[in-house]
Design a protein around this ligand. Structure first.
Ligand SMILES: [Ca+2]
Ligand SMILES: [Ca+2]
Ligand SMILES: [Ca+2]
Length: 401
């Protein structure tokens, strides 16, 4: 190994052995719900050229990407080994990031780094040995395969190993990242992948000292869209609705309702990682709604919102233009327009309330990321339920995730 280094004088890669052998508790940990790890750095003799003149190794233990413990292991005068003992680490998966620094106190720009993931076991101490003198045999990319939606990003890391399967520290500025199809995914100089459009590509990383190459597969697909709720109210309705009542119109169509001035809510769970929700439904505007109330008896307003979120619709509907001259705001927002009764409707006079009924087919798509959603349907009406009422039919909620 020494002769190798002499021959390849420009070889500056730091090497580290992370030989993760789990051993039984030898008295290291002092609690049943914590464990430990010991990192031992084996430095070359003092006469031997130290790559990049590193004087210390900083080892940081991270849990959920948050540092929970850090130790600096300075290079002993004259070489030899030095250790850092981590105890009382939380049980569970962690990662250790080792970086080589030019100053003995761990200061200075990191010259090289490597990482290893392991699981802290209760009452056990895991030994790792970092051996500062090896050469890269191969490069693994972590994770080796990623699935992304367009515009999502994913940092990639590398594990360089020597022929003995030991982990080698590598300087980041010695790595060249490349995407083989930048129309599918791009990668920046620090290994962060950004998905562009559906397809599959390989991302390569090359260590310029050893010329070894590692690859990862990046699969980009458009997000799935799932129907999370659907009901035509022809059979049953459940407790997802605050007031789950079904009525049959005079012409025989079943729907959710009727409602007058009470608010009605629909509460649904959404798939993990939902990014967008689409609501579509029909609202039945039943009997003598008076719209903007131009001549009398209004305004009669319908309101749809997401709890804690935006109002999707607040407008007025009229079925009484011919009878009383009342116009409506829909398809515009309430108070901003005077449209003829029925403007924008998908059906008129089809439900059986003596021609005084209209059906509007509504559809809204909004960005949404919470794990559940509550839609609120409400109205402000001026007369009782036998004069003005409404219902809901053919409702569907989709989530992109
Ligand atoms: Ca129906
Ligand atoms: Ca009325
Ligand atoms: Ca009214």
């Amino acid at each position: 190994m020494i002769s190798d280094r002499v021959i390849s004088n420009g070889w500056r890669t730091l090497a580290v052995v992370l030989a993760g052998v789990l051993v039984g508790c030898g008295g290291g940990a002092d609690s049943a719900d914590s464990g430990g790890a010991v990192f031992t750095v084996v430095w070359p003799e003092s006469t031997r050229l130290i790559p990049e003149a590193s004087q210390s190794i900083r080892v940081e233990i991270r849990r959920n990407n948050v540092a929970v413990a850090t130790r600096v292991i300075p290079r002993p005068v004259g070489g030899g080994s030095a250790s850092a003992d981590f105890q009382n680490l939380p049980v569970g998966p962690v990662s250790a990031i080792a970086t080589a620094h030019p100053q003995a106190d761990g200061a200075g720009v990191a010259q090289a780094s490597g990482s290893v993931a392991f699981t802290v076991q209760a009452g056990q101490t895991i030994p790792f040995t970092l051996n500062m003198g090896s050469t890269i045999d191969r490069i693994e990319v972590n994770p080796p395969s990623v699935d992304l939606n367009p515009a999502q990003t994913q940092p990639l890391g590398i594990t360089a190993r020597n022929a003995a399967n030991q982990i080698v520290l590598v300087a980041a500025n010695k790595l060249e990242w490349e995407s083989l199809n930048t129309g599918v995914a791009r990668v920046d100089s620090s290994g962060v992948v950004t998905a562009v459009s559906a397809g599959s590509t390989q991302v390569r990383v090359r260590d310029t000292e050893s010329s070894k190459i590692g690859t990862a597969t990046v699969n980009v697909s458009n997000p799935a869209e799932t129907v999370v709720y659907w009901n035509d109210f022809e059979t049953s309705v459940g407790s997802e609705w605050s007031n789950p009542i079904i009525e049959t119109s005079p012409f025989g169509r079943k729907f959710l309702g009727r409602f007058n001035t009470s608010a009605e809510t629909l509460t649904l769970s959404l798939p993990a990682n939902t990014t967008q929700v689409t609501l579509s439904f029909k609202v039945y505007i039943i009997y003598s709604w008076d719209g903007n109330g131009n001549s009398c008896c209004g305004p009669d307003i319908f309101d749809l919102s997401i709890e804690g979120g935006p109002t999707l619709l607040r407008t007025s509907f009229s079925n009484t233009e011919a009878a009383a001259g009342n116009l409506q705001s829909y398809p515009d927002a309430f108070g901003t327009a005077n449209h003829s009764a029925g403007t924008g409707s998908s059906e008129m006079g089809t439900l059986g309330w003596f021609g005084f009924d209209t059906v509007y087919t509504l559809r809204y798509t909004v960005p949404y990321t919470a794990s559940s959603i509550r839609f609120r349907f409400a109205s402000t009406l001026t007369k009782g339920i036998d004069d003005e009422s409404w219902g809901i039919d053919d409702i569907e909620v989709r989530a992109k995730h």
